[in-house]
Write a protein that binds this ligand. Structure first.
Ligand code: COA
Length: 327
């Protein structure tokens, strides 16, 4: 049965902390034994943004949300729901989503967080889409916001050079299917395999150690899973819609590592100039990376109305997923 509504991406927005550090600047600041050449060769990362002392996941997420509302020409009064993907919430509760709802002055509806690490934005998008198709909400903010600089072990060079801070958001509007003209989210595809929980993990938390913990990762293992699982999930998304590689206008991947991104572009027969890449300047901003990339490519005119956009991500859990949307 065709749903009565389509979830159309009406606005996108991003926020990056002002401070941007090159690989060399970061290494000097934190006393990390590494080199610019090693980081660029292995990951493609050249710089990352680091939040200032007073900034939090909710302050950055609110800035991105307001930018998304502005692009959509929507007011906070149109927001029925705020769904936030984050691994770095301001506090265990209230949720970062509720804090953002308060910060932007949205007074109706509901708000909650989603925990799926770097796949969080795709998970949150999927939940929003299902609720909108079911008629439960007509205007939804989906936000990814992360402040990994607070959960890194700065003595572990295998992880601390990989991440950055930032936030991205989309505002989804429910449009009657008959009026959507094919625009909106086509489908979302979610997966998890908890048997690999330990290869990418924050080694503490409120309910275990009582503390926050820091990121630990078996980089090579994560890399292997990323290449195979992302390849499978993009095929799944295209097949579910009877589409082929040639139908995709833009690949907007999670930005963890340029080598993984290039492998996905190759698999889809997409040249790198049809892939939105931000990892060189943002590093891995986890759940924020896809909406930040969407916002950048909308602002500079690359993603246009009618373009089919394929999003994919993998992260701690392991979790992975994909989403197809027509702008
Ligand atoms: N600078 C310099 N050397 C470093 C380094 C750094 N920042 N980090 C690790 N090394 C060293 C290691 O100590 C090791 O040295 P050794 O051989 O003397 O022990 C060597 O480089 C190789 O380490 P390894 O971890 O095997 O490197 P790698 O080629 O697998 O690259 C990653 C490491 C993290 C870049 C890579 O595994 C990766 O990108 N994995 C996927 C990560 C990812 O995408 N995670 C997020 C998913 S959401």
């Amino acid at each position: 049965m065709t749903a009565a509504f389509r979830s159309v991406i009406a606005g996108t927005g991003g926020y990056l902390p002002e401070r941007s550090l090159s690989n060399a600047e970061l290494a000097a600041w934190k006393g990390i034994e590494t080199s610019d050449a090693w980081i660029i060769e292995r990951t493609g990362i050249r710089r990352r943004h680091i939040a200032a002392e007073g900034e939090t996941a909710s302050s950055m997420g609110a800035a991105a949300a307001l930018a998304a509302l502005a692009e959509a020409g929507a007011s906070p009064a149109e927001v029925d729901a705020v769904i936030v993907a984050t691994a770095t919430p301001d506090s265990a509760f209230p949720s970062t989503a509720a804090r953002i709802q308060g910060r932007i002055g949205a007074t109706r509806g509901f708000a909650f967080d989603v925990a799926a690490a770097c796949t969080g934005f795709v998970y949150a998008l999927s939940i929003a889409d299902a609720m909108m198709r079911a008629g439960q909400a007509r205007g939804v903010l989906v936000i990814g916001t992360e402040i990994y600089s607070r959960i890194l072990d700065w003595t572990d060079r295998g992880t601390c050079v990989l991440f950055g801070d930032g936030a991205g958001a989309v505002f989804l509007r429910a449009v009657p299917t008959a009026e959507a003209g094919g625009r909106g989210l086509l489908s979302t595809h979610l997966h998890a395999d908890g048997s690999h929980a330990d290869i990418l993990v924050v080694d503490g938390g409120a309910g275990s150690t009582g503390g926050t913990g820091v990121v630990r990762m078996s980089g090579r293992e994560v890399f292997k899973h990323a290449v195979t699982k992302l390849a499978a999930v993009v095929d799944e998304a295209l097949a579910a819609n009877g589409l082929g590689h040639g139908d995709v206008a833009w690949l907007v991947p999670h930005q963890a590592n340029l080598r993984i991104i290039e492998a996905m572009g190759k698999k889809l027969h997409l040249p790198l100039d049809r892939v939105v890449v931000t990892v060189d300047r943002h590093a891995n901003t986890s759940a924020a990376s896809i909406p930040l990339a969407l916002a950048e490519a909308r602002r500079d005119g690359r993603i246009r109305s009618g373009d089919l956009v394929l999003m994919e991500a993998i992260g701690g859990g392991l979790t992975w997923g994909a989403a197809l949307a027509r702008f």
